[in-house]
Design a protein around this ligand. Structure first.
Ligand code: 5GP
Ligand code: ZN
Length: 140
């Protein structure tokens, strides 16, 4: 890795962060620009750029920590639900190129604690069955 990485600096302790979990592989810390109360980030300590680049063991470890912290957000912050978000690539809104999972606690009808809003709008429009079958065949 040649470019400086803000999350590697956080792992190293060169930049401050509010840590909520740390083990050999994984660090979880509060997002500096929380979109909801308790919004946090789960990262592998070892640098990887995105979803395609991260070793399976690190991704699995991050997923388990994200699950634990999501449950904690429900139990301790009274969240009504949780979104997990992973952005890989600029087209998917990735801005920090050290792979991370967002854990976003959700609070129904409480804009003071939840600024995400209804960002996922189901389309309720059935897709073209031929196109669905075609992409399925390419993905299988
Ligand atoms: P992305 O858009 O790449 O999925 O999300 C990057 C996230 O990292 C953003 O939510 C942003 O607020 C957060 N972030 C960026 N720089 C820092 C930082 O220095 N400290 C912390 N705690 N979060 C950061
Ligand atoms: Zn990094």
């Amino acid at each position: 890795m040649s470019e400086p990485c803000v999350f590697c600096s956080i792992v190293a302790g060169d930049l401050p962060s509010r840590r909520v979990h740390e083990d050999d592989r994984v660090l979880a810390f509060m997002d500096i620009n929380p979109i909801s109360d308790g919004h946090l980030l789960v990262i592998p300590k070892s640098h990887a750029r995105d979803l395609h680049d991260v070793p399976a063991e690190d991704l699995a470890a991050c997923a388990l920590v994200a699950q634990q912290l999501a449950t904690r957000a429900v139990d301790r912050l009274d969240a009504d639900g949780v979104n997990l978000l992973q952005c890989s690539g600029e087209a998917a809104f990735q801005t920090v190129f050290h792979v991370h999972l967002h854990v976003i606690p959700r609070y129904a009808g409480d804009p003071a604690r939840d600024r995400l809003g209804q960002q996922w709008t189901p389309v309720h429009t059935p897709g073209d069955p031929e196109r669905i079958a075609e992409v399925a065949a390419r993905l299988a």
